[in-house]
Design a protein around this ligand. Sequence first.
Ligand code: ATP
Ligand code: MG
Length: 334
Amino acid sequence: TPRVFSGIQPSGGLTLGNYLGAIKRFVDMQDTGIETLYCMVDLHAITVWQDPAALRRQTRELAAGYIAAGLDPAKSLLFNQSQVPEHAQLGWIFNCVARMGWMSRMTQFKDKAGKNRENASLGLFAYPALMAADILVYHATHVPVGEDQKQHIELTRDVAAKFNHDYGVDFFPMTEPVIEGAATRVMSLRDGSKKMSKSDPSPASRINMTDDADAIAKKIRKAKTDPDALPSEAQGLEDRPEARNLVNIFAGLADMKVDHVLADFGGKQFSDFKPALIDLAVSKLAPISTEMDRLMQHPDEIDRILTKGATRARQIAAPILAQTYEIVGMVGPK
Ligand code: ATP
Ligand code: MG
């Protein structure tokens, strides 16, 4: 049976990239009738240093972001990774299945560890094994993610295949990444070759879900572009990363195909396109940030929703973990 799982790290404020690449699509999948589980992956967030008070706030803010964007806790399970200990427990088993060489090839590790690899946390290196556990502890079949997570989903499949092979079972499914839409890789507004990220040191590089109309307008007005008019076909964007990024963002926010956006704006200058993009972004994002603010006034309510979600998630995860232990040969209660 199909089951959807995905997660976002409470490692900073939500960005437009997280919204278009992840949350907006989580909401779309929630309404297909398939079982959906969405997570705040706080155990992943601490692979790089997080101030405890900030982590707590960011986790609740992320939950508020999910709900404000349309995630309905009555339809989707919404919870915090650390409240479902089965993730970390299966993560350990997968640390023993995954190989050092696989992890060394992960581009996210190389990017985040930077030059000083000796000083990166062991958790940052092992991150993809825990991510495989996040997914497979529910036997999830589909994982909506942005383009940057494709390599980790491939590794999840490698872990499942090696586990099944080593133990001679057909237990973990081959999970499919779901990378769809016009904005699967939103780029930095300052540098068209860099992904927009929560953790980018430059606030001007990203639009945050909590930005007000003025901040959104300012950042788009200042976004890097080139001097040419927009082309009338997607092909004309190939060597223009900044222009392509803004067109993709427009298409993602408007739920339009890139070709349709260019049919409207081909031949126009950025001085025409940017104000239209600002109007669109403000009209889509401002109501979400207003609702996030409202929800953040009721942290106890958020915590209650997360506790409920975690209880239901454990009901799925616990028997799968127990079966895994049995397969591996751990002696347990009779
Ligand atoms: P960090 O910089 O801490 O890694 P992040 O912004 O990359 O933060 P994640 O929590 O790592 O956010 O990713 C959550 C989801 O958002 C993933 O599915 C990821 O693919 C997606 N995502 C992140 N950034 C982008 C982006 N720029 N464009 C599209 N999707 C994105
Ligand atoms: Mg990331």
